[in-house]
Structure formats: C-alpha cells, structure tokens
Design a protein around this ligand. Structure first.
Ligand code: AMP
Length: 460
C-alpha cells in the first residue's frame, strides 16, 4: 500500500514544507507510485504524460542527490523541445527553493551559445536541455558529464520520434555507468522498450494512464467524406464555437493548409510545426497563449511540451494510428478538472483507428452525424486580444512592469485592456484588447518607455 502524503517519504521536513507552500498537499498517482523507488536510487520507467506531476517525480528524487558544494553537473535532464525544457527548468527551480545554492542551466537550441558556455564555466549542478545543443556543448568541450548521478529522459518517445536516438546514445555514453536513470514516456512502443533495455538497469515500471474521465472530456467522433474534411472541420467550429482550440494534423503541409483554410473562412488560426524558425515559433506560442489567436494547428511533435493551459477543445483533423497518441492529444483539454471537448474527424478508411481507440478505452466511441450540426453561417472567430511587438527587450532592461506602467500611465489604457506581457532578449510582446490597440500603437509612435523611443507593430 502506498501513502499519498509527502511526509511519508524519506525527505527533509524543510523540503516537505516547501512542497506544501507550492500547494502540493498530497502526491499525484505517479508520485505515489514512483517516488519511493526513485528515492531508493532505483532506475525507473514511468508511463506518464505531462500534467501528471511527473516533473516533481524525478525532480524531488534528483534534488536529494545533489551535493551543492560540488560544482559539477550531477543531474542531466533531456527533453524533446525547448518549451518542455523551459517548463521543467521552472518546476525544478521551484522545487529547489528549500535547497540553497543549487544552480540549474538550460541548454537548448535556438539560443545563443556563449551565455550557456559562460553559465557552465561558473559552475552548475543541473542541466536541462535538448539533445542537439547538449551534444554541441559536449563536442566543444564546454560540458562534462563525468559527475552525473541522475539521468532523466523526459518524453522519451517524442525524442525518438524526432530522430534523436543516436544523439541521445552519444550523450549517455559520456555519463558514468553507475548512475540512476529515469525514463518518462507517454507511450511505450518497441523502440522505447529497446532503449530501456539498453540504458536502464533492473528498472521498476510504473504507469498512470487514461486519467481523463468521461465527465471531464467529452469525446465525439464524426465521419467525413475524404474530399470534404475541411468543410467538416468548419462545421465543427460553427457548431461548437470553442474559444481556444488545438487542431491536430499529421504533417506540416497539412497544418499549413488547414490553418490557411480556416483563415480564409474567418477563423483566425496559426500553424506550428518543426519547419518554423525559432523566432516564428516563439511568436506563434506567444500569440496563442495571450489570446490573440484562438486556434493553433499543430503536429504531434510541435504540440508536445507546449505549456498551454485551459484549452476548450481539441480537434483531430485526422485520427492518429495509435490509440495512445489519441489519449495523449485529448489530454490537452479538460485539464485541472475543467470540462473539455475532444472532436475527431475520420473517413471511411480510418474506421479501424476508431475501433482501436474504443478497444483501448474499453468503451464504444460516440459517433455523431455531421448533418446534425448547427451550421451557423457567417460565423467568424476573432480573438479578444491583439499582440503588439516592440523592438526592445531584456537586453534593453525592459521589464513587464515598465510596459504596464507606460501603457496604463502615459498611454491612458486601463489595466483590464492589457493582457499577457512576454519579454524576450531583443523584443517584447504585449497583448492588448482589440478595441484599445490603436490607442496603444498611437502611444508608442510618440511616447517613451524608460526614456527611450520604442518601435511597435501589430502582429497579424
Ligand atoms: P507535470 O506533469 O510535471 O507537467 O506537472 C503538472 C502540474 O502539476 C505542474 O504545474 C506542477 O506544478 C503540478 N504538480 C505536480 N505535483 C503536484 C502535487 N503533488 N500537487 C499539486 N500540484 C502538483
């Protein structure tokens, strides 16, 4: 029997108090199942997805093993995407609050190399990053892994899907054989089984799956004609009118085409996939997260690790081949106990995929007729906010408060008209209520922020 109280674990009371202050009153299922083993130093295979509390499962474990007085990398966490690495880094920093002097470095692609190198030179304990950039550091001699005692592979299935297998193996070869290895994966295909056999020793396997229950996520399937899939998608939007939606497609080309189709039908949508440059990717994510774009069209790879909260709907433009992936996709909605809706389009040839999903979930899939949907013609979906991009950022010492102050002070906007503010190195993004955008732009054409003129443009 496992207890779900953190105080039942062999960790300090200061650590438990910190967890308590973070609002972690009791363990999630994966923590209750996995942490006792992690803290014993066992290797672990955990079948769990984002949202299950998996980061704390490895985070709490690895922090116990860090010696703050030894300035060398002692824990390495490999993630498929920069967004996931950012998320993991944030969570680990929160968890480490009760352990003084722990330094964590993020090593991700798409970011300048030199600051990462200098952070490493100053000494760090934990590295979180993406495989490609970590390998870069290893080959340039700016990173050594000889002192690693905990290795974590987060979203291992996704890393393999992204073709990182060789790079990962090269990285692992540079860590000591005597280490604890923790592998997290939402799915468990044969490639992962093979990898586990090669890199884990006598691992314990824990699994938490199919957590979303019917009451939280409503799942409805619609059969469409192959040539009418776009129109069927439009009908779903017109009927359900969701305010925030993630549409899943198979390919990059499909993503672009679907986003364009929606856009042509007055539904603002942006596509995100691996072909975007980092800057474009940042912009798309900023705009979706700050409510200046209501629909994101993504591939599985691109959607993984996105820190997007409270989606009203997930739509499968095409069903995945794997029921596992379907479950993972729809888990993006109905988070944190909110109600979500998962809508799936399939064509005749894809019926076996519906069957596989039904078998996987142990219940029939609810299939409804497209004809029964209310096609409210003339429907448009416009986001409530608009994003303004400014040509000044962190390097100009701009902070969110400076922009908020300028906009609510000199520019005369009310706080309610200003949404999320994101500051990047050389640019910033501010979400403004649609009705107040011109006022804000008017201010930036003359007014100053921190004594400096700032160029602003609306992103459309
Ligand atoms: P993850 O699966 O690691 O992405 O975690 C999902 C979210 O749950 C994060 O925002 C964590 O901060 C939060 N979380 C993790 N463990 C707990 C817990 N035991 N109690 C409450 N929240 C938690």
């Amino acid at each position: 029997m496992t207890s779900d109280s953190f105080s039942s674990l062999p960790i300090s009371s200061a650590f438990v108090a910190n967890l308590d202050s973070l609002g972690y009153k009791k363990m999630t299922a994966i923590q209750a199942q996995g942490l006792p083993y992690v803290l014993q130093g066992k290797d672990l295979i955990a079948k769990a997805k984002t949202g299950s509390g998996k980061t704390a499962t490895f985070g709490i474990g690895l922090l116990q093993r860090i010696n703050p007085r030894f300035f060398g990398i002692q824990a390495l966490i490999l993630c498929p995407t920069r967004e996931l690495a950012d998320q993991v880094g944030k969570e680990l920093r929160k968890l480490a609050r009760s352990t003084p002097n722990i330094k964590l470095v993020l090593l991700c692609g798409g970011k300048p190399f030199a600051p990462q190198k200098s952070s490493l030179e100053h000494g760090a304990h934990i590295v979180v990053g993406t495989p490609g950039r970590i390998q870069d550091h290893l080959s340039r001699g700016t990173l050594t892994l000889a002192g690693v005692n905990t290795l974590v592979l987060d979203e291992a299935d996704r890393m393999l899907d992204m073709g990182f297998i060789d790079v990962i193996n090269e990285i692992i070869a540079q860590t000591p054989d005597k280490r604890q290895t923790l592998l997290f994966s939402a799915t468990y295909p044969s490639t992962i089984k093979k990898m586990c056999a090669a890199i884990l020793q006598d691992p314990v396997t824990v699994s938490v799956e199919a957590e979303h229950t019917e009451s939280v996520i409503e799942q409805i399937f619609y059969q469409a004609k192959a040539s009418r899939r776009n129109e069927a998608l439009l009908a779903l939007f017109e009927h359900y009118q969701p305010e925030t939606t993630l549409v899943f497609c198979h390919t990059k080309i499909q993503c672009d085409a679907v986003a364009r189709f929606l856009h042509d039908h007055q539904i603002e949508a942006l596509a995100i996939h691996g072909d975007l440059e980092q800057r474009e990717r940042d912009q798309v994510l900023v705009r979706f997260a700050n409510h200046s774009c209501s629909v994101l069209v993504a591939t599985d790879v691109a959607a993984r690790g996105l820190d997007i909260k409270s989606l009203q709907a997930v739509i499968n433009f095409e069903l995945p081949h794997d029921a596992d992936i379907y479950i993972h996709r729809i888990g993006r909605t109905g988070r944190a106990g909110e109600k979500g809706i998962a809508l799936s389009l399939f064509i005749e040839q894809e019926q076996p995929r519906v069957k596989a999903i039904a078998e996987f979930q142990g219940k029939a899939c609810l299939v409804k007729e497209l004809d029964a949907l209310n096609a409210s013609t003339g429907f448009t979906l416009q986001s409530p906010m608009v994003t303004i991009q400014l040509d000044a950022g962190r390097r100009n010492k701009i902070r969110p408060g400076d922009l908020l102050g300028a906009l609510t002070g000199d520019a005369g906007l009310s706080g309610l008209q200003i949404g999320k503010i994101d500051i990047f190195d050389i640019s910033s993004y501010v979400a403004i209520q649609r009705s107040a955008v011109n006022k804000a732009l008017g201010f930036f054409s003359n007014g100053k922020v921190k004594g400096r003129s700032v160029r602003a443009r609306k992103i459309v």
